[in-house]
Write a protein that binds this ligand. Structure first.
Ligand SMILES: *[C@@H]1O[C@H](CO)[C@@H](O)[C@H](O)[C@H]1NC(C)=O
Ligand SMILES: *[C@@H]1O[C@H](CO)[C@@H](O)[C@H](O)[C@H]1NC(C)=O
Ligand SMILES: *[C@@H]1O[C@H](CO)[C@@H](O)[C@H](O)[C@H]1NC(C)=O
Ligand SMILES: *[C@@H]1O[C@H](CO)[C@@H](O)[C@H](O)[C@H]1NC(C)=O
Ligand SMILES: *[C@@H]1O[C@H](CO)[C@@H](O)[C@H](O)[C@H]1NC(C)=O
Ligand SMILES: *[C@@H]1O[C@H](CO)[C@@H](O)[C@H](O)[C@H]1NC(C)=O
Ligand SMILES: *[C@@H]1O[C@H](CO)[C@@H](O)[C@H](O)[C@H]1NC(C)=O
Ligand SMILES: *[C@@H]1O[C@H](CO)[C@@H](O)[C@H](O)[C@H]1NC(C)=O
Ligand SMILES: *[C@@H]1O[C@H](CO)[C@@H](O)[C@H](O)[C@H]1NC(C)=O
Ligand SMILES: *[C@@H]1O[C@H](CO)[C@@H](O)[C@H](O)[C@H]1NC(C)=O
Ligand SMILES: *[C@@H]1O[C@H](CO)[C@@H](O)[C@H](O)[C@H]1NC(C)=O
Ligand SMILES: *[C@@H]1O[C@H](CO)[C@@H](O)[C@H](O)[C@H]1NC(C)=O
Length: 482
């Protein structure tokens, strides 16, 4: 997340021209006035300075070039609440290096900008632009940053996008772009960020996409991609973010996965068809903070090497076919106690059997979400579950856990969601449950509890009947999509 912010800041902020404001008269002013005329709403009066009594180089958001008086190099009206269309007259500002209109309410099409050979940054994200990405954009051969994310663009990525050989940041996320990922991308050797998430891309990830020596982020989640992750991608020693979640990608992860991607901080492969074992080599990606493998077909044990991930914050292995059945295969829980920043551990809907190891109580004091639901757990819950006093969500439902919950439940004072239904818990529901004054959802049904409802339950002021929220997911740019 931090990295992406940094990347976005870089791509938002570069301005290389030696420019100043020069009074005078040029046709650039006329093109700017055309642009102003196409704006239908300017709620913050951003364009109030755009009048003939002020030199256009001093207008809000405008910068001109020192060496060519009157020629506009920067038009930056980021987040000004502007509505209307983007006038094609901007295509005549041939000295333009930066066009930044992100976070407004522009509608209509992206105008023809193919004559802007000096353009380095085209930032139009978070508007309501429609239509296709014009193929003529590939004429802007100096483009370094292209951000069209968060519009309603349709059609395909221009096949010859590879002509933008200076591109470092390519962001087309959250549109309705169809077709495949063009192999010509391989031409753009210094790409640092490729974000095509949340579109309708099909086909496989082209092999060529991996051959970018400086690639830091590859975000392809929320498409309809199939096939495998190309072996070339698994060789990006600088890659920090790999998010291909919510696609139809499936293959066995190579055993040296973690060794070939040593810089990963965020790995999201959730909602795909990955199978085979979780590679133990993931323990070598020492900077990893988010590992999301939710909803795949992974088998075998959870490798204890994950305990070497000292920065791990979010570990979601839910809904796979992972097995734990003896001391050795449960060792990963002991190992994870080294992950002092772990906030979410989701292991639900797997094939974990037997007793919950008492080392569960040694997990990070920062742990907020713990899911062990829908496994085959039996025996009593170790009382040092009560050590996990930071827990806000605890889900143990649909197992065969038995015994009393008295020894631990009342200590979890920060719980908002407690899900224990579908077990064999016995004894009274302890009065200490009344200590849990932040509880909003409690599920106790289908157990063997006995005795009266404890008076302490009366303290639960905010009980609601909604379903328990799933633990929060912090995959990059993913928060908005579920
Ligand atoms: C555009 O202006 C905003 C502030 O209004 C600034 O944060 C941003 O860096 C500028 N972008 C470019 C590309 O100059
Ligand atoms: C710009 O020049 C044209 C003629 O060259 C003139 O008609 C116009 O008034 C000038 N505008 C300004 C703002 O100086
Ligand atoms: C023109 O812009 C200046 C600021 O640059 C402003 O003070 C002036 O009121 C504007 N004139 C008109 C007629 O809007
Ligand atoms: C661009 O400039 C040319 C003249 O140089 C003019 O004929 C054309 O109409 C302008 N295009 C737009 C969209 O304003
Ligand atoms: C592309 O650039 C060339 C000059 O290099 C120019 O002649 C041509 O008109 C441009 N194409 C478009 C569609 O703007
Ligand atoms: C690309 O960028 C480099 C340096 O950043 C520059 O020298 C070159 O002219 C740019 N344009 C193209 C088309 O390569
Ligand atoms: C994509 O298309 C679907 C169906 O036409 C529409 O409901 C959805 O809002 C579109 N999304 C975007 C980001 O434009
Ligand atoms: C790839 O780049 C070469 C030159 O570097 C260029 O001739 C070729 O047209 C480009 N191909 C594509 C598909 O962009
Ligand atoms: C990975 O990189 C190494 C050296 O950088 C190279 O020898 C190897 O062929 C690459 N493997 C793949 C699958 O690209
Ligand atoms: C990577 O992890 C594996 C398994 O945990 C281990 O055997 C191997 O030595 C590690 N490689 C490096 C380079 O640390
Ligand atoms: C918890 O950690 C402590 C210190 O590392 C260790 O002595 C103890 O055995 C652990 N408890 C369990 C139940 O694993
Ligand atoms: C319980 O929640 C509060 C407020 O969110 C927090 O300040 C406190 O540290 C939490 N307690 C524990 C033991 O984590």
């Amino acid at each position: 997340m931090l990295l992406l912010l940094t990347l976005l800041l870089i791509s938002d902020g570069v301005g290389t021209a030696t420019c100043s404001t020069v009074p005078g008269n040029s046709t650039d002013m006329l093109w700017l006035l055309d642009f102003k005329r196409a704006i239908t709403n300017d709620p913050r009066q951003a364009l109030s300075s755009w009048n003939a009594s002020t030199p256009h180089c001093k207008w809000e958001g405008v910068n001109c070039c020192l060496t060519h008086p009157g020629r506009v190099t920067v038009l930056n009206l980021t987040e000004q609440g502007l509505s209307g269309s983007i006038s094609p007259s901007l295509g005549n500002l041939t000295f333009l290096e930066t066009l930044g209109l992100s976070r407004n309410s522009f509608t209509g099409k992206i105008p023809p900008l193919g004559r802007l050979h000096r353009l380095q940054q085209l930032l139009l994200s978070k508007n309501s632009l429609q239509g296709i990405i014009p193929a003529t954009l590939t004429n802007c051969s100096n483009l370094n940053s292209l951000d069209l994310s968060g519009n309603s663009l349709t059609g395909e990525i221009p096949l010859n996008i590879g002509l933008l050989s200076n591109l470092s940041f390519l962001q087309l996320a959250r549109n309705n772009i169809t077709g495949t990922i063009p192999p010509s991308l391989k031409n753009i050797s210094q790409l640092a960020l490729i974000n095509l998430a949340d579109n309708q891309l099909m086909g496989s990830i082209p092999d060529e996409i991996g051959q970018f020596p400086s690639l830091l982020g590859l975000l392809l989640s929320g498409n309809m991609l199939s096939g495998r992750i190309p072996t070339t991608v698994l060789n990006q020693s600088y890659l920090q973010i790999l998010d291909v979640s919510i696609n139809m990608i499936g293959n066995t992860l190579p055993s040296n996965f973690g060794d070939t991607l040593p810089s990963l901080t965020l790995l999201c492969l959730d909602y795909n068809r990955f199978e085979g074992h979780i590679p133990a080599s993931l323990g070598n990606t020492s900077g990893l903070s988010t590992l999301d493998l939710l909803y795949n077909k992974l088998t075998g044990q959870v490798p204890s090497s994950l305990g070497r991930l000292g920065k791990l914050n979010y570990l979601n292995l839910q809904t796979n076919q992972l097995v734990a059945k003896d001391i050795q295969s449960w060792e990963f829980v002991d190992a994870l106690s080294n992950c002092r920043y772990l906030q979410v551990l989701a292991l639900g809907e797997n094939q974990l059997q037997g007793a919950i190891p008492s080392s569960i109580g040694n997990l990070s004091s920062k742990l907020q979400g713990l899911g062990l639901d829908a496994n085959d757990l039996s025996g009593t819950v170790p009382t040092n579950m009560g050590n996990l006093s930071g827990l806000t969500v605890l889900d143990l439902c649909r197992n065969k856990l038995n015994g009393s919950i008295e020894g631990w439940v009342g200590k979890l004072e920060n719980l908002t969601v407690l899900v224990l239904d579908g077990n064999k818990f016995t004894g009274p529901v302890p009065n200490s449950i009344g200590n849990l004054d932040k509880l909003t959802d409690i599920y106790l049904a289908n157990n063997e509890f006995e005795g009266p409802i404890p008076p302490g339950m009366g303290n639960l002021k905010s009980i609601s009947s909604r379903l328990p929220p799933r633990a929060p997911k912090n995959c990059a740019l993913g928060a908005s999509r579920r």
